[in-house]
Design a protein around this ligand. Structure first.
Ligand code: MLT
Length: 406
């Protein structure tokens, strides 16, 4: 008899953004004439930077010529892209990352979801609350939790974020083996200082734990004192894996390119306490289960770092951050407490009521799609998230409609 992985039965019925899409489509079916403005899922709307489009097209043309055609590429990514990342994203900030420590992939959602395969099923997992649901759901699928009781899975260590700690939780008193951190944070837009990250690195070392650091939104940091990488903290390489993405930075949500950094001395342990290097394990996993990102896409990603690329990318980020500023200012003017929107493209708003009810109200009255905070965990109840990824015109229109509706 073929049997299922019963851990799937513990999951809430659908993935957050699928549930939102379903509610929006039901609403549209019943209200075909109502204009909808989407500020829910963080999906970019600006076209790719021209430098990326040109490099992409050139890459495609090369695939059409016998002399420059390429078949299977290296699963870990082409050296030209890994070298640019090491130089521009890390060396320029005083961090020494070897190109070989970088694995190119098709997205941070997949990487943060897949990485847990490297670890034992009986480790303890610490996740922030509110949290990007992928970290939680993938560990539930892998059997590291018990049942969901009122929004918390039994067995996980929840790191509570709230207005008092500015959504930057401290290390817990209990033991956690695998810790998920995301800064700038999705969904709250919070950022962690160097001193706060130092505490986490200290905790990981003391407990022989590992930090999974999701830095997908680092390009949106505007405050120069905020670290962009966990590796800016001394000793972090031994205890942290970092995830980054071109999705939000350069508009690659539909193009697909990201990367994961696993330093060569980053370790985890077997049941007898012997250490093992995670780099080799991920390399084994990546080369077995992943085909690599296509050549033209990697050329497009490389263009983010070359010639006019950096300025064009900056312009897009600044555009979204101006949206973020407008959203935060308006919501604060309307009397809502907010975080985010300064070093991140998300504005986290205390709506003061059931967050799905507020979501439904904004959708039906204003035609604006947001993300209900409860979808990010129990501590997200009473909040909504508004994304800055849309055109200025749509953001301004949405804000006018919200003002008329609340
Ligand atoms: C979000 O809206 O939280 C993101 O778009 C999700 C993602 O990047 O997968």
């Amino acid at each position: 008899m073929i049997r299922i992985n019963e851990n799937y039965l513990k999951l809430t019925s659908s993935y957050l953004f699928v549930e939102i899409a379903k509610r929006v489509s039901d609403f549209q079916k019943h209200n075909p004439d109502k204009e909808i403005i989407r500020l829910g899922i963080g999906d970019v709307t600006r076209p790719l930077p021209k430098a990326c489009v040109d490099a992409f097209a050139k890459g495609v043309a090369e695939m059409g010529e016998a002399e420059s055609f390429r078949g299977y590429g290296p699963e870990q990514g082409y050296a030209f892209l890994r070298e640019q990342i090491a130089k521009t994203d890390y060396k320029s900030r005083g961090v020494n990352i070897n190109p070989d420590e970088i694995f190119i992939s098709d997205g941070s959602k997949c990487d943060t979801g897949n990485i847990q395969e490297l670890f034992a099923s009986d480790i303890s997992v610490a996740v922030p609350d509110p949290v990007y649901p992928v970290y939680v759901d993938t560990n539930v699928m892998a059997g590291r939790s018990g049942r969901n009781i009122k929004g918390h899975y039994d067995g996980f260590v929840y790191l509570e974020g709230n207005m008092d700690n500015c959504f930057v939780p401290k290390p817990p008193n209990e033991k956690a083996d695998l810790i998920y951190l995301c800064f700038p944070n999705n969904p709250t837009g919070a950022v962690a200082t160097k001193a706060q990250l130092k505490e986490w690195v200290k905790y990981a070392k003391a407990h022989k734990a590992l930090i999974l650091f999701d830095a997908a939104y680092e390009a949106f940091i505007t405050d120069p004192s905020i670290p962009h990488s966990i590796y800016e903290i001394d000793g972090a390489k031994e205890v942290a894996i970092e995830f980054r993405s071109f999705s939000k930075t350069a508009g690659f949500t539909g193009t697909r390119c990201a990367f994961t950094v696993i330093p060569s001395n980053c370790k985890a342990f077997d049941k007898d306490g012997n250490w093992h290097l995670l780099h080799g394990m991920w390399n084994r996993r990546h080369s077995t289960k992943f085909n690599g990102v296509s050549y033209p896409v990697q050329r497009a990603a490389e263009a983010v770092y070359l010639g006019d690329g950096p300025a064009q990318v900056r312009e897009i980020i600044d555009y979204y951050m101006e949206n973020a500023k407008l959203i935060r200012e308006k919501m604060e003017k309307l009397g809502y407490k907010c975080t985010g929107g300064v070093n991140a493209p998300y504005i986290w708003i205390e709506c003061g009521s059931d967050s799905w009810e507020f979501f439904d109200m904004l959708l039906s009255k204003a035609g604006v799609v947001c993300t209900p905070g409860a979808g990010f965990g129990r501590c997200g109840e009473g909040f909504i998230r508004i994304s800055a990824f849309n055109s200025r015109e749509n953001v301004e229109k949405a804000l006018r409609k919200i003002e008329e509706s609340v």
